[in-house]
Design a binder for this molecule. Structure first.
Ligand code: DGL
Length: 264
């Protein structure tokens, strides 16, 4: 499909958690247009095999490319571990891994970096490898924190139960004296307060979505939206009454068209 002057940036996630990444992108690039795809019908990805995640990820890429996007930002960390930053059908693809690793190395004083993510993300070792490629002497430790995803979806933000679970997940990392923690999952920025309380003030949190937005600045500067500004098209693969409410609560100043994607 030929690109137009107002071609949007496509963003996809396994569900609506990727709104934390869309929010960062829309704040950094207010003139850009966006199409979001949340594969809510097949969520979670973090418990699935690399092959399945790759297959779903490629279907999402194809869907967005057929909508005429000028680039794709993979918000989902689990999918980012399986789909490299590259071009797909001649469209540039960005993911959260390298930007998250790079930002962690920038902010870490002692190069002792922890990673929290889904099981798929932790087992892939994508963050670990990205960090060690740039800083072979860095200390890296990862912990899968799958229970945090449903807690965020349930809206248990800053809840005593969430605080307790966050505390338990970071214990091993704190014992290893990390000074930086990568939030390697779309949902975790929603639980930032609990995580901050759990790690204490000596650990810096890195939001991989925010890092991705910084990383895409060059691309957007070279390929700015030269056309009109549209509402954000928000596709999901399953209709849920909760989606609109949550999206509007997290991005109250933006306008959306909520649509169903028939891709499964
Ligand atoms: N979006 C996923 C990620 O960032 C979390 C939810 C899931 O397991 O699909 O890894």
């Amino acid at each position: 499909m030929a690109l137009k002057e107002n071609s949007p940036i496509g963003v996809f996630d396994s569900g609506i958690g990727g709104i934390t990444v869309l929010r960062e992108l829309a704040a950094r690039f207010p003139k850009e247009n966006f199409i979001y795809l949340g594969d809510t019908a097949r969520l979670p990805y973090g418990t699935k095999s690399p092959e399945t995640i790759r297959k779903y990820g490629e279907q999402n890429l194809n869907f967005l490319i057929e909508k005429g996007v000028k680039a794709v930002a993979i918000a989902c960390n689990s999918a980012s571990t399986q789909i490299p930053e590259d071009s797909y059908r001649n469209i540039p693809v960005f993911n959260v891994i390298r930007p998250g690793a790079q930002m962690a190395l920038q902010v870490s004083i002692d190069q002792r970096i922890g990673i929290l993510g889904t099981r798929a993300t932790v087992l892939s070792e994508a963050y670990q490898k990205a960090i060690l490629r740039q800083a072979p002497n860095a200390f890296v430790i990862a912990e899968a924190a799958p229970l945090l995803v449903p807690l965020a979806e349930e809206g248990w933000i800053d809840d005593p139960v969430t605080n307790l679970i966050a505390y338990r997940y970071v214990q091993r990392l704190l014992q290893s004296r990390i000074d930086t923690l990568i939030l390697g999952c779309t949902h975790y920025p929603l639980l930032k307060n609990s995580l901050l309380r759990a790690v204490g003030s000596s650990v810096t949190l890195v939001d991989s979505g925010a890092a991705l937005a910084v990383h895409m600045s060059d691309f957007v500067a070279k390929n700015p939206n030269a056309g009109k500004h549209d509402k954000i098209q928000f596709y999901t693969t399953d209709a849920s009454s909760n989606t609109e409410k949550l999206v509007k609560a997290l991005m109250p100043n933006k306008e959306f068209d909520f649509l169903l994607a028939d891709l499964c």
